[in-house]
Design a protein around this ligand. Sequence first.
Ligand code: GUN
Length: 295
Amino acid sequence: MIENKIIDGKTVAAAIEARIKIQAEELLGNRGITPGLAVVLVGTDPASATYVRSKGKACARLGFYSATHTLPEETTEGELLALIAELNSDPRVHGILVQSPMPKHINPDTVVLAIDPRKDVDGFHPANVGRLVIGLPSPEPCTPSGVIAMLKHYGIQTRGKRAVVVGRSMLVGKPLANLLLRKGEGGDAIVTVAHSAAGDLGSITRQADILVAAIGRPGYITANMVKPGAVVIDVGINRVDDPTTEKGYRIVGDVDFDAVAPVASAITPVPGGVGLMTIAMLMNNTLRSAQGAFD
Ligand code: GUN
């Protein structure tokens, strides 16, 4: 049931975590395996530090083994690669995540290539990107996978529907387009990927039965860009200044929520929407890795 049109990330993430917890207990009971996640943070970016802490907390909630490696900003690429090599051969660790953004002197492509693809719970390794496109079992990038999980949870059909993804990043837009294109439940959509080079973006977005905004610009999707009755998924997490709040900023999505909500049949809020799904799907990938799904 969709209450007041809201696709609630908290509800879906809680349901997924409950299922993961049961499966993790089964894995421990049947095979003596505790899923383990290693998170590496290089530097002191406050937003990244918050994300890393919340990943550690999720591991604690689910009974996973968790190792957090916080390295100083001046860590060399060689030192980071040496740590990844250690984690690749650590049997307690089934998932390795190196938090982005990394310091400028570290090449993120080199880092991703160093992670054992079977432990790549972000789904960023080129081998896993390829497996996803081909349709082989692979860790699914967490945020796009979270979007699909939300649609499934609320029984929103994708088969034969026009899905427009605005944004073509490697983190969200491209993998999400691939997931929506797959055969089977949560896929079979007619997918368009639109981006900043689209002249009249509204003429494309108005065709969408399912509209996904992953642009990184606050309030970019306005009511006149949305077909009445469309399902609107907002992946944006943007900080905008707001002196009336304690922190001096507030978090808004890529969609002008107040204007678009009356037009949409269902919509994700920000905060409280897709953002909560990313960690749940990370835990799901870690569990699947521990189960041997990517071996
Ligand atoms: N930084 C922001 N989101 C992510 C993510 O999903 N994975 C990693 N590794 N870094 C991030």
